[in-house]
Design a protein around this ligand. Sequence first.
Ligand code: SF4
Length: 390
Amino acid sequence: MPGIYIHIPFCRQACHYCNFHFSTSLRYKEEMLQAILQELSLRSGYLEEKELDSIYFGGGTPSLLTESELMRFFDAIGRYFRLRPGAEITLEANPDDLTPEKVQALRHTPVNRLSIGIQSFHDEDLRFFNRAHTAGQARASLEHALSAGFTGLTIDLIYGAPTTGQKQWEENIDIFFGYGIPHLSSYALTVEDRTALAHFIKTGKVPPVEDEKAARQYEYLMASMHAGGYVQYEISNFARPGCFAVHNSSYWKGEPYLGLGPSAHSYNGASRQWNISNNAGYIRLLQGSSGAQALIPGLFETEHLSTATRYNEYVMTGLRTIWGVELFHLRQMAPAYENYFLENIRPFLDAGQAKQEGDTISLTDAGRLLADGIASAVFMVGETGPEFRM
Ligand code: SF4
């Protein structure tokens, strides 16, 4: 079943590694909320199915929204959609926002899952990242969320930073276990173009990220999480059984979703849309709009997915998840795709980096370290549509 993603493009300060779309000025917050609600009303027909499995407030920093601002979204969504009983409703939150009062206020909304951007429980790391919170606030946010009764909880942790030694990394994971949180998303520090981090490395202000160190910390992460009873259901995501993220899993399983807000993406099985990544431009387009979405030229770009693109996306996400790549799915696209995949995954099967169980091929722990390289080895390059022949 489908989901809705709502992008709240504001942050208190810019983290040095971040290349997401956001503004550090809250000046046009009200205009932005009205514009997103307008986009919802114009594009509610995008999803054929009217029962939602998930709503996800991402950003940016959605925890900057007040209870009443959040309720405006729920009221508006309720005009066009129904929520499946038990639907997952996630709000990304920064630790510095999660005061006891804020967490209590969130309990009065339909939000039932908090995704808290902890990143590290060490101040040196947090200063390096230019996060707005401290290690003390990271711990306090979890304590407040737990005492308010939030059982749907996930946190983010970053490994591989120059300030994160092995000892600090192991402590981060120990602290995570100590809180009994059911879900963890953990990513290597990556240096994205046009970020402060990229500039600091280029100018020698900070040392470059060491891939070898990140790989060792990732291996430690996988071993600890497996030993702790967590399932690695995606390359960067670990959950207790029954606690997989519904919304993110729907992306990986190719379910349709509607993305609202500047820079948000939408997917309907046949095409993808990318909303304009400019707050002022987005507001301007929506303020002047009425009627059908076709009347808003410039709101989003559309890519119609060729069979080859769908193949590439499917094998990439399949190899990153425990659901793997199902050969019958490739056969449905075209028999030649199955042959192409089998031929190119063979060296990784032989090397023990991938494994086949029945009709499904997935990566082993050794393969997960090389996931991007393996995916690119089985990708199709160039224009290879349904008429593709091996
Ligand atoms: S809070 Fe999140 S979205 Fe905002 S700058 Fe930091 S990493 Fe980026």
